[in-house]
Every structure is written in structure tokens, then in C-alpha cells.
Design a protein around this ligand. Structure first.
Ligand code: ZN
Length: 131
């Protein structure tokens, strides 16, 4: 599976985006996801993507992450052509799924997360990437 993006928790999107802009990344999508408690921006340079996540409040998942660990790497996202099948395979292998079913994520993609204890301490997201 190819890496789809790297998720980074930040206190403030615009300021963080400037840092990546200096590396040649541009914002290709920006969206507020109230159910996930974040304002997200996808930055891209060539085939590489960085997803910046700004919490909507201190009691959101990313808000708690920032309080506990500070800004920094939040998750890795891998692209799969068939998320339902990937989830079934992960469940069969005993992976600790946070999402048992695909749900709508950033950019309208179907996404699902696996708990860090299933991937050596790394929060992992799977994205059903559409062509
Ligand atoms: Zn992500």
C-alpha cells in the first residue's frame, strides 16, 4: 500500500501551512469536519501529501493530543482501493480497529482508523483513494 498522506497536529493551520509552502507544498483542499473536531488542510507537492489538523476545541481528539504531546506527527495514512476489504482483513488478523466500517473523511474519501497499539504506537488511517 502506498502512503497517502502524513497527518500532523498543529495549533494553527495558516501558520503551519506557511512552513510547508516554503517547501513547495500548496493547499489543495481545506475543510472543517465537526464530527472529528478538526479543521483540516491537505497540502501537496508532486505525489506527496501532508494533512494539517487544527482542533476545533481542547476537548476534541486532536485538542487532547496537542495538550498531551504538543504539535507534531499524528498519523500515517495508507491508500487502499477497497477499504471494506482491507478492514475485513485487518479485523480477521485481530487489528484493533477504531472504525469497524468505512466512514466519510476529509475530501469525501472513505476512511477508517486503526488504534496505535496495532501498529507499534502509530495511529494508522486507511483511505479509499478514488482515481
Ligand atoms: Zn489523515
Amino acid at each position: 500500500m502506498e502512503l497517502h498522506h502524513v497527518g500532523v497536529a498543529v495549533p494553527e493551520l495558516a501558520e503551519a501551512a506557511e512552513r510547508y509552502r516554503a517547501l513547495g507544498y500548496r493547499i489543495v483542499a481545506e475543510e472543517t469536519l465537526p464530527d472529528q473536531g478538526v479543521r483540516a488542510a491537505m497540502l501537496q507537492s508532486g505525489a506527496s501529501r501532508v494533512e494539517l489538523l487544527e482542533p476545533l476545541g481542547p476537548e476534541t481528539a486532536v485538542g487532547r493530543f496537542l495538550q498531551k504531546r504538543g504539535p507534531g506527527l499524528h498519523h500515517l495514512a495508507f491508500a487502499t482501493p477497497d477499504l471494506a476489504r482491507t478492514l475485513a482483513e485487518l479485523a480477521a488478523a485481530g487489528a484493533p480497529l477504531i472504525d469497524r466500517e468505512p466512514r466519510r473523511g476529509f475530501g469525501g474519501h472513505l476512511v477508517a482508523f486503526v488504534h496505535p497499539r496495532g501498529f507499534g504506537g502509530v495511529l494508522v488511517e486507511f483511505v479509499e483513494a478514488r482515481p
